[in-house]
Design a protein around this ligand. Structure first.
Ligand SMILES: Nc1ncnc2c1ncn2[C@@H]1O[C@H](COP(=O)(O)OP(=O)(O)OP(=O)(O)O)[C@@H](O)[C@H]1O
Ligand SMILES: CC(=O)N[C@H]1[C@@H]2OC[C@@H](O2)[C@@H](O)[C@@H]1O[C@H](C)C(=O)O
Length: 396
């Protein structure tokens, strides 16, 4: 039998190690920056032990945000720009990793793998695109080969396609990480991530994986951010100062909920393709609230995020589960206080209480999915796709 080539030898060696050092990368819908987590793993699957060694978010410059926003969640785009961004983001992320490893005084040869989410530029579950004959689809750019060649580190990327191929919507992948790192026998838990979009995983305390539910909920901060940018020239509503200075407009709030997405069966996914400026403008027209002042609009959008979460929890989950928040939205005080007021039976904290840095959670998730791609086995969690995700890119 011929020997494995050097790439496959390297891959086999990485897969057979008892422990691995992996970098997880997340660049989310908020476009605030690149989250980089370096983790130490021992084992895999339900036996995974992990330690977060370092975490950082490298903020994106405005020029980069503008470039990505020129195509992000838009139906009509400059296709050349999409093509350029795919390779550019791969190279750019590789550069940021190399700089960060220097700051952490870690040599790239110490890292067994990089697990890269890439940048979502369009998310199109079948329910939302509605094009007869086309499946659910999603597109993340930031090519993995560029990351592998530039860093010299084995790279795993494009995780969402396998989930789609196996019948899912390509998201939320938090399911797999949350089950592995967040479950506790004897405690019903909800792990709620409030990023651009809000999603949650329900982890029943009886350990019954059939009962686990992981779904997107609706907007997290995306609409608040959009209108903070256009009305206040601010990237987001820091600690909800603007929302607290306004009043919720109940007519607009009801109108914002007038969309079939909220009544659809779970699990489901969504994105800024649906929850856009246009979505809000239409809700304002329907409710004759186009005239409300900017502070009231931000307060109402913040209540929209809060109420969507409360409605979801009340409709789909047993009462009294402990709720742990993560994502930048853990600092959205208006939303967090809304949850405390309207879910009084749920004790609310953040994932730091579980030993998971709330800002690092999604980057850790991808590191964990990378570890699974190398050494795990497909996990059966109810009807969710039971597959190992990610595509391998070699440095040589
Ligand atoms: N101090 C703060 N006060 C209020 N909101 C904040 C604060 N810090 C961050 N945020 C919100 O959190 C957002 C970033 O969250 P995060 O990085 O978790 O999102 P993401 O990973 O890009 O999104 P997704 O998980 O949907 O892909 C910011 O855009 C902002 O709206
Ligand atoms: C297509 C896409 O990028 N979806 C993101 C987005 O951001 C939050 C929510 O929508 C979630 O479904 C998903 O990300 C997380 C990491 C997930 O897959 O769990």
């Amino acid at each position: 039998m011929a020997a494995l080539n050097t790439n496959l030898q390297h891959l086999t060696k990485a897969a057979q190690k008892a422990g691995r050092i992996g970098i997880g990368l997340m660049s989310g819908t908020s476009l605030d920056g690149l989250d980089i987590a370096i983790c130490k793993f021992a084992g895999s699957g339900l036996q995974t032990q992990f330690e977060l060694l370092h975490f950082t978010t490298i903020p994106y410059p405005d020029s980069f945000k503008d470039d990505v926003r020129s195509v992000f969640s838009r139906r009509q785009v400059d296709l050349e720009k999409v093509c350029l961004l795919n390779d550019f983001i791969g190279e750019y992320h590789a550069e940021l990793i190399l700089q960060t490893l220097k700051d952490w005084k870690t040599d790239p040869t110490e890292v067994d793998f990089i697990a890269s989410h890439g940048q979502t530029i369009y998310h199109a579950p079948k329910r939302l695109h509605g094009h007869e004959g086309y499946p659910s689809a999603t597109l993340q750019v930031g090519d993995g080969d560029h990351i592998a060649v530039k860093t010299g580190i084995l790279t795993i990327s494009d995780f969402r396609q396998k989930h789609l191929a196996a019948g899912g919507e390509g998201a939320p992948l938090a399911l797999y990480g949350d089950v592995l790192l967040g479950s506790k026998i004897g405690e019903d838990r909800i792990l709620l991530n409030i990023g651009g979009i809000a999603n949650l995983t329900y982890l029943p305390g009886n350990g019954n994986l059939e009962r686990v539910l992981c779904s997107d909920i609706g907007p997290g901060n995306t609409l608040i951010d959009t209108f903070c940018r256009s009305l206040f020239d601010k990237p987001f509503d820091e600690y909800s100062a603007i929302a607290f200075s306004g009043s919720v407009n109940d007519d607009l709030l009801s109108s914002l909920f007038r969309h079939p997405f909220f009544a659809e069966t779970v699990p489901k996914t969504t994105g800024p393709e649906l929850f856009s400026e246009d979505y809000v403008r239409k809700a304002q027209e329907r409710s004759d609230t186009s005239h409300i002042n900017a502070e009231d609009l931000i307060a109402t959008l913040s209540a929209f995020t809060g109420k969507a979460i409360v409605d979801f929890v009340s409709a789909h989950l047993p009462k009294g589960a402990k709720l742990f928040v993560s994502g930048g939205g853990a600092r959205n005080l208006f939303v967090v206080q809304y949850l405390q007021r309207h879910l009084p039976e749920s004790l609310i904290g953040d994932t730091a209480e579980l030993g998971i840095d709330p800002d690092a959670k999604e980057a850790i998730l991808f590191a964990l999915l990378g570890n699974e791609a190398l050494a795990g086995e497909a996990l059966v969690i109810g009807n969710n796709p039971a597959v190992l995700m990610g595509k391998f890119s070699f440095a040589g």
